[in-house]
Design a protein around this ligand. Sequence first.
Ligand code: C2E
Ligand code: CA
Ligand code: CA
Length: 640
Amino acid sequence: MPYKAELKKLQYDHLFGHVDINTSQIDVPDDMFNGWQKTLDLLAEIVDSPAVLIMKVTATDISVFTTSNTQGNPYNRHDSEVLGNGLYCETVIKNQSELHIPNALKDPEWDQNPDIKLGMIAYCGLPLTWPDKTPFGTICMLDNQEREYSQSYRQLLERFQNGINANLAHLYQQSELQYLNQILENNVQKRTTELAKLSEKLIKEIEERRVIEDSVDYYKSYDALTGLPNRLSFISSLTQQLNASIPANTTVIYFGLRNFKSINNSYGYVVGDKLLQLFTQRVQSFLSSDTLFARVAGAEFVIAQPKCDSTDEIQLINQIITSSNTPFTIAEFTITIPCCMGIAQAPSDSENAAELIQKAGAAMDISKVNGSPYTFFTKQTQLNIEQRYHLESNLVDALKNGELSLNYQPFFCLKNNKVIGAEALLRWNNPILGNVPPDQFINLAERNGQINEIGNFVLHTAIAQAAKWFVIQPQNFRIAINISPVQFRNSSFAEHIENLLSLYNLPASALEIEITEGILLQDEHVAQHTIKKLQQFGVRVSLDDFGTGYSSLSYLQKYSFNTLKIDRCFITNIEKNEQDRELSKAIIAIGKKLDMHVIAEGVETQAQDDFIKSEECDYGQGYLYGKPVTADLFEKSYFS
Ligand code: C2E
Ligand code: CA
Ligand code: CA
């Protein structure tokens, strides 16, 4: 509480009697005493009284405090009498009112009082009181002869009484102030001690915070799981290293564990984390002390090796491959996980740390797409990056500029050669870039988040088109729509489809949703829930590109799909490749066994058509039956 407020509170407490002043301990200062002496002398002279006194009472007795310097005054300062002996003054104090006895001898109530012994038979006294109502004593005039004090003398006595009471009030106030000051001082003292303690606590807290900040700084620079530096700290170390070593060669290898998400999904995050730690340890074990090593993303790492020649490079690459390919034993699981790498070199590819990482990362992306274990950054990689950037910047406005549209490719029932549906395929026609195939821009849209907007456009357009065609071709005709994992991951995807069906008034049976294994890999629980929901309200779900992922068969047991689409790569090779022929046969047989319809994709030749028919595949889709075309052309070709 601030000083002023505190004082106010104390004063307030005082007003209401909370401040405890002990009046018996208030001393009358000398100058006041002298004033009182003069007052008494004056009064005695005016009234012509042998004794005018100021008496002071205590808990046990009453004594002469000031006595007039008058002749024949029998009272001396400090003369005292114990209480209870019937002194005039005691009664005045008790009643807190004036007592006027003209002749005690004639008054049976007073004829025994102690003053008579001193010859004083007339008395007139008034109480003196502290402001808190505790008694100080009296002021009184006494006479040795009968005396009726006149009204004016009594008033005079009252004046003096008031004057002394005012003095007492002043003393009281002073002592009250002293008391308040004392309390304040104590409080200040207390506050000072408290402040000292607080400041001690603060210093401790600051120290603790500094420790935390230090550890935050650590976590800002290091990855908690593996203890490796993170991207930022790697860039700063590499920058220092490059500044020191140019033009000596430095090799940057960006590497990632493929499909690491599926490890997390299949075995759980604890196993996933352990695997990352073990992998880190393996890599660390063969790195030299001047090699920088960091974890830059989930399952992505980067190393920078200074003074690295091509032999060193090959050795490093092989060691990383071996680190990932050697089985990991975690709990009861034995796991192998392939990795892919991208390599960039300083100073030839760049002399800038961030750029080197970016280029090595881009080369790794190419390894990922090609399925090769490693890729060196080249001019072509650079071109690909630039092209991707170019595409991406144009794609941003594609939708609003009306550059996106849908084509429809028919699929046929192989038993009766009738068209039973169409797959909606996205087309992007840009005035500068021309026709950009979906394979090139869909993954870009997935990366920058545009896929939601684009996917919605596809859903609205295709469902609206299907509703139109349903009127013309109500029997067993359906539209198949490709859904990106990013869209499917949304937990309200099924509800969104349900709303669109009712918006366009399309029966659920006229819609098929095509998903790929990527969806199942990313979040099994959401996927399972969404698939079930879609099927519950009658939408078919088909597994696209079947056979290209490496755990396809296990998914067939976990999820119930309505349709299986055999990937084009098997069909293409049917005539030449015995193994693909056998695989296609097996897929068709499995599909049938699990009560699914099977579609063969990419049928281009009569021989392929003959083969799938002989294996009793249900449906066929491919250039042989019909290429993707606009809605108008589709309608003209198949519905007339
Ligand atoms: P997909 O879902 O496997 O679609 C079939 C692709 O194979 C289409 O390529 C189609 O034109 C092509 N195709 C069909 N029959 C034949 C054939 O006999 N021979 C050959 N060589 N190709 C054939 P497209 O239209 O270029 O689409 C490529 C991929 O892009 C699609 O593969 C699909 O994954 C994706 N895609 C297309 N439209 C969409 C879409 O609206 N949303 C999403 N998320 N993905 C889409
Ligand atoms: Ca498809
Ligand atoms: Ca496909």
